[in-house]
Design a protein around this ligand. Structure first.
Ligand code: CA
Length: 226
């Protein structure tokens, strides 16, 4: 999943970025409203974390433009503690949730999980053969055993699971796994896929390589007939 953080305070932005990357999200950053607006038009995100007090273009205007383009992207707004008016206006303009500064990172993580889960529009648990993925805790189990996955492997698994039985290209994986400024090559993607494949193998869950095109997490029935 890919998130955009629009926040001009570098300390808050750094903290958010580090925490969310550690949770396996790909994170892009915009330090002003104009850059955020441009990034939102150019990329597909799963969540926007939007500070309302942004230079160049206020957060509320970024939000208004986003909704005017018909986007249903989940938006979590960050407001000053006394910004009740802003908060109400933000929610009126179509924000999905808000947090008042200063906030505790664990609470923010919980809200991010809730919003990204809601946007995926599915039940909390996804099943693929012997694999169960819990979208709430973002943990995977294979044959009832917890799978130990790195942040990258977790991100990769989420993308593949969201498109089970369908082709996912390497470019799509790079797009979903990596924020700006992160150099991730197709070779690196191959390494992540290789590692994840090894971990899923004991449960008979297969990631097929579609040569020259990308990867496909096979549906359980295809696995059985293979
Ligand atoms: Ca600000």
């Amino acid at each position: 999943m890919r998130l955009l953080i629009a926040e001009d305070d570098p300390i808050i932005a750094d903290g958010l970025c580090r925490t969310l990357r550690g949770n396996g999200f790909a994170v892009d950053r915009a330090a002003n409203g104009l850059d955020a607006d441009t990034a939102l038009m150019a990329n597909n995100y799963d969540l926007l974390i939007l500070d309302l007090g942004l230079p160049k273009m206020p957060g509320l205007e970024v939000l208004r433009r986003l909704r005017a383009r018909g986007s249903a992207l989940p938006v979590l707004i960050l407001t000053a503690l006394d910004g009740t008016g802003d908060r109400v206006r933000g929610l009126d303009l179509g924000a999905d949730d808000y947090m008042a500064k200063p906030f505790e990172l664990p609470e923010l993580e919980a809200r991010v999980r809730a919003l990204t889960r809601r946007s995926s529009g599915t039940t909390p648990k996804v099943q693929c053969g012997a694999l169960t993925y819990d979208q709430v805790s973002r943990s995977a189990m294979l044959n009832g055993q917890v799978l130990d996955l790195s942040a990258r492997e977790l991100g990769l698994l989420e993308v593949l699971l969201s498109r089970t039985g369908r082709l996912v290209s390497k470019d799509q994986l790079v797009d979903h796994l990596c924020g700006w400024g992160e150099e991730v090559s197709h070779n690196a993607i191959e390494v992540y896929v290789h590692r994840l494949r090894k971990k899923l193998e004991p449960g008979g869950v297969r990631i097929a390589t579609v040569r020259g095109l990308g990867y496909c997490l096979e549906k359980p029935q295809e696995t059985r007939s293979a």
